[in-house]
Each structure stands twice: as structure tokens, then as C-alpha cells.
Design a protein. Sequence first.
Length: 184
Amino acid sequence: MKDGDGAAKWIEAGLVELARGGVDHVRVEVLAASLGVTKGGFYRRFRDRRALLDALLETWAAGRIAALEKQIEQGGSTARERLESLIRLYTERISAQGIAIELAIRQWARSDPSAAASAATVDAARLARITQLYRQLGLDPKDAEARAVLFYSFIFGQSLLFLDQASRKRGTVIAACADVLTAP
């Protein structure tokens, strides 16, 4: 990768295509057309498609880890407040594109070691940070880690569930889950 700003536009367009149809949709021709430029611009910024894919993974992983840290820091002063804030954030403002990218990365990871490594890095960072919050609530290391896995599974799993339920019922179920997940 050479040109930082120009490369970022290609990466952003790549993430959009990844969300739309998975890694197979991230093709130089498609991206060039969506950006309204020639393929030559791509090759001035990336060695090849694999270099773009690696940059997508790096950008996604760094962005997800940084976003979690920011969300936690802004979520309150106590561990419980921060966990509650994360639950609100991920249940009230579900990003269809964010979920689509997350799912596409995980599907891609099933057949690509680099994608699998990026997903594992993000998972490890997320789980470590959430485990730390549970440790601050007073849980022992084993229980904190188990609760972090449940919390993490809930945060992402709930976005795939309740699609046909009324908003009020969904809110009641989410609130009950939040009470369980944030109890010391």
C-alpha cells in the first residue's frame, strides 16, 4: 500500500462490497466502478488484490478493537455502567452494514487463514477487555472469562434474533438479559 488517503477510499469501498456479498465481491473492477476511477489507480496503491484484502482485514481489526475501547471509556465510570452501556449500544443501534461486515469476515475466515487470524485477534481483544470488566465487578478469573463469552455471544447473537418481534417485547427481553449479564 502506498497512498494513504487514496488507499483508504479503496479499503472503504472494499468493506462496502464485503458487506454486500462477501469476499468474492471485493474485486478490483467492481471497486473501480464504484469509485468512478480506473483500475490503474488501484495498482498505484496496492500490489494486488491480496494486498487490498490484507488491508481490509487490518483496517477492520484495528477499527473494531479501537471502537470497543472508545465505547467502554465513554460508557461510564464503573464496570457495571460500562457493560450496560455496551449492551444499550449494541441492542439499540444495530448497524446492518456493521453486522454484514462482521458476518462476511467470519464466513471468509472459514476458508482463509489471514481472515481467521484477524477474526481471532478481534475476538481475543474483545473478550479480554470484557473479561477485565467482569473482574472489576469482583468475579474470579474463570467466572469472569465465562461471563465475558456469554456477554460477547449475546451482543452479537441478539442482533440476529428477534427480527419479527415487536419492539416492546424485544426491549423487555433485552432488558432482562442485560440484568443477568451485568449482575455481579
